[in-house]
Design a protein around this ligand. Structure first.
Ligand SMILES: [Zn+2]
Length: 334
């Protein structure tokens, strides 16, 4: 059983290669953070080394040892992986010492599995020296070795490294797939599963990581309440609110994206498309505001929010953009 959610195309391709004994020597999994690159890499490691019938069975000794991080032939390397003897202790790059370690280890046969599998997470952070060194291994792969590179930002990788790997792009999972996984595998309540699956933007790892993050959910609830109350505040109160926000570009961008999601939900609610709403715990507030705002006002302000994001992207003053937004937002006393 594959633990990966929503990557049917990638899994079908890997399964086909496994059946015909035609796996590539190296794969590159590309996709945003938390989309499931590590889960797919471990699934592939289980499938390759599984001793059961339906690979990966997740139950046999090999699958269990991989799931528990105990398998001697599955080696994880990343920015955060433990220090390797002689490593330069760099934490912003994956240095050459880690690749030398990989090469030494790859020259020895697997200890307990069919293949020795190296999983390099954050591969876009390989230093130039390390990437060039790895290239030699990718060009002349040792027998019984599989290398899996995981990257969120493929553009940072050496093109020669990319060209030596079979590239698989991971795409966002549907919210129904994530909701089902949260309900049946993780076992959280229906309302929370519904909300987290929609907030996850197709990234199952984000949804799982946020289950216990009460601070995130409390902060989000507070920001939503502020968003809603700003609609009935006058300009003075709105500008006072903006003066209390962090004035840097990244924070302003995050704030505007957060508002955009809420206004998008408002438009969906206004059009009677409730099933697509992201903030599923805000239904009553959204319903209240759809009665006070016209579809034209909602569409118009969504356009203003998008224009503001574009202006911030070309270095406009974030504080000024946020202040203008407050002046453009409709005022609706409730
Ligand atoms: Zn198994």
């Amino acid at each position: 059983m594959w633990k990966t959610i929503g990557q049917d195309k990638a899994i079908a391709l890997i399964e086909g290669s496994l059946k015909t004994d035609n796996l590539a020597h190296a794969y590159l999994f590309v996709g945003p953070e938390h989309i499931g690159k590590t889960t797919l890499a471990l699934d592939l490691a289980r499938a390759v080394n599984c001793q059961g019938e339906n690979k990966p069975c997740t139950q046999c000794q090999s699958c269990t040892r991989i799931s528990n991080g105990k398998h001697a032939d599955i080696i994880m390397l990343s920015l955060d992986s433990p220090d390797i003897p002689g490593d330069d202790k760099e934490r912003t790059k994956i240095g050459i010492k880690k690749i030398h370690y990989l090469q030494n280890s790859a020259s020895l046969p697997p200890y307990e599995g069919k293949l020795k599998i190296f999983i390099i997470d954050d591969a876009e952070h390989l230093s130039n020296e390390a990437a060039n060194c790895l290239l030699k291994t990718l060009e002349e792969p040792p027998p019984k070795v599989l290398i899996l590179l995981l990257a969120s930002d493929e553009s940072q990788l050496l093109p020669t490294v990319v060209s030596r790997c079979q590239r698989l792009e991971l795409t966002p999972a549907s919210f129904t797939d994530i909701e089902e996984m949260l309900l049946h595998s993780v076992g959280i309540d229906k309302e929370k599963a519904k909300l987290l699956s929609r907030l996850s933007r197709g990234c199952p790892g984000w949804a799982i990581g946020t289950i216990a993050n009460d601070d995130y959910l409390a902060e989000r609830a507070e920001k939503l309440a502020q968003m809603s109350s700003l609609l009935s505040e006058d300009w003075g109160q709105r500008l006072l609110y903006i003066s209390q926000l962090r004035p840097d570009r990244k924070s302003a961008e995050e704030q505007i994206r957060f508002w955009l999601d809420w206004w998008h939900d408002l438009m969906l609610a206004k059009c009677g498309c409730q099933q697509a709403i992201m903030n599923t715990d805000q239904m009553s507030t959204l319903k209240r505001w759809t009665q006070a705002l016209s579809l034209f006002e909602i569409k118009d302000f969504i356009h203003v929010l998008k224009r503001s994001l574009a202006q911030i992207a070309v270095n406009a003053n974030p504080r000024l953009i946020l202040e203008c937004l407050m002046l453009d937002m409709p005022i609706k006393p409730l």
